[in-house]
Write a protein that binds this ligand. Structure first.
Ligand code: SAM
Ligand code: NAG
Length: 384
């Protein structure tokens, strides 16, 4: 159209060309600038804001553990269907598979949001979450009086945050067991990276029937893990079996406290919320723990709810985490929409947030504790 204005086609051509070029340049510059800002913003959002406390996991690497990407949503739905058919979960033999599914779904999100230790600890004024977590882990191994070079069992080891802290602190060798294959690969990679793979070993297996010899360990601990056993007796008796006579075992148990009233609908709702959001076959009463320990043959050396004052609240980090949660939730939604995170990740993330609320209520009301500590000894053999 503009072409007809000038008589000189050559000149016309030139003018037109320069003009289009100029406009194109402007648009291009604008697009470049905007993309640059957006990319920078996204990078900042994902990598700076979204990185785990221990920088162990980036949001873009969130996965469904050993579950294929396409199946994550299905597995999440299947996880919930367990609770729609409570009879299923009551069948003890289904529980390990259900727990395994749960840890496929949450392991990356835990590592991303929490770091490598999947347990609570009392807050310690002036110390970071990471430091108070480590002190809680070191206390476990101090309680069982481990010597350098001894062989210790970690029953339900997760991705091995506690194992590494404990090996480094005490000089002992730790063998961890977890039902979840994906956690085994994560734990092994972390052990290697920390230069602790000579001291720390991890096997995939069920702690209700462990692939270990009788009397082969000098000590054992479990941190917030035996709560997943359908019958506490089954895991305690296995730990008893693999310990040498005279060896000590310490466990941090999830239980309802003496303040819990099974007739109070609000209490019941909180406890059910915790069970559903954490793959628990049913929380136990605090008084059951020592009873079971004695039943399988242990002497109970010490028992204490480590959450009780003067300990500072273990749930304060959940409350402070609310803003981080919303930031992370938007991020997970963006990543799932872009097809970077598998479909279903948003649902899993939301489930964990709701559970955090129930845990906080459990902590504030004092009806629940995740750190009922029990220290047991396998009796020495009686000489005859
Ligand atoms: C809340 S995580 C705690 C992990 C670790 N102790 C920590 O503090 O980081 C519970 C762990 O128990 C493991 N677990 C649950 N049931 C199990 C079973 N039947 N056999 C082996 N491990 C099991 C899970 O795989 C998971 O690693
Ligand atoms: C827990 O055990 C104690 C002591 O045996 C008992 O008094 C209490 O009623 C139990 N609580 C529940 C909710 O079962």
């Amino acid at each position: 159209m503009v072409i007809y204005v000038h008589s000189n086609p050559h000149h016309n051509h030139l003018t037109l060309d320069t003009h289009t070029h100029g406009a194109a340049m402007d648009t291009l510059t604008l697009i470049c600038t905007i993309s640059f800002i957006l990319a920078g913003g996204l990078y900042w959002f994902v990598f700076i804001l979204g990185s785990a406390e221990q920088k162990g996991k980036h949001a873009v690497k969130l996965s469904g553990g050993s579950i294929e990407r396409e199946k994550v949503q299905d597995k999440y739905n299947q996880y919930w269907s367990f609770f729609r058919r409570p009879k299923e979960i009551e069948k003890s033999e289904n529980v390990p598979a259900f727990v395994d599914t749960f840890y496929n779904l949450v392991t990356d999100i835990y590592e991303w949001g929490w770091g490598q230790s999947f347990h609570f600890s009392p807050a310690i004024p002036g110390k970071s979450n990471l430091e108070s977590t480590k002190l809680h882990e070191q206390m476990a191994v101090d309680l069982i009086g481990v010597k350098p070079g001894q062989k210790i069992l970690d029953a339900g080891c997760g991705v091995g945050g506690p194992m590494r802290a404990i090996a480094a602190h005490s000089g002992c060798n730790v063998v961890g067991i977890t039902i979840n294959e994906y956690q085994v690969s994560r734990a092994k990679a972390h052990n290697k990276k920390a230069g602790l793979d000579a001291q720390c070993d991890v096997v995939c297996g069920n702690f209700l029937e462990m692939p270990f010899e009788d009397e082969s360990f000098d000590g054992a601990y479990s941190i917030e893990a035996t709560c997943h056993a359908p019958k506490l007796e089954d895991v305690y008796s296995e730990i008893f079996r693999v310990l040498k006579p005279g060896a000590l075992y310490v466990s941090y148990e999830w239980v309802t406290t003496e303040l819990y009233n099974g007739e109070d609908p609000e209490h019941v709702e909180v406890i059910h919320g915790i069970e559903r959001g954490d793959a628990l076959p049913g929380l136990r009463n605090y008084s059951d723990i020592a009873e079971v320990a004695k039943k399988v043959g242990f002497e109970v050396v010490k028992e204490k709810d480590l959450a009780k004052p003067p300990s500072h609240p273990w749930w304060s980090r959940l409350k402070m985490g609310r803003i981080a949660y919303w930031r992370n939730h938007i991020l997970v939604m963006v990543l799932e929409t872009l097809g970077i995170a598998p479909k279903g990740t948003v649902d899993v993330h939301e489930m964990l947030f709701k559970t955090a609320d129930y845990l906080t209520k459990g902590g504030e009301t004092g009806i629940f504790t995740p750190m009922h500590m029990i220290l047991c000894r396998k009796p020495e053999k009686v000489q005859d």
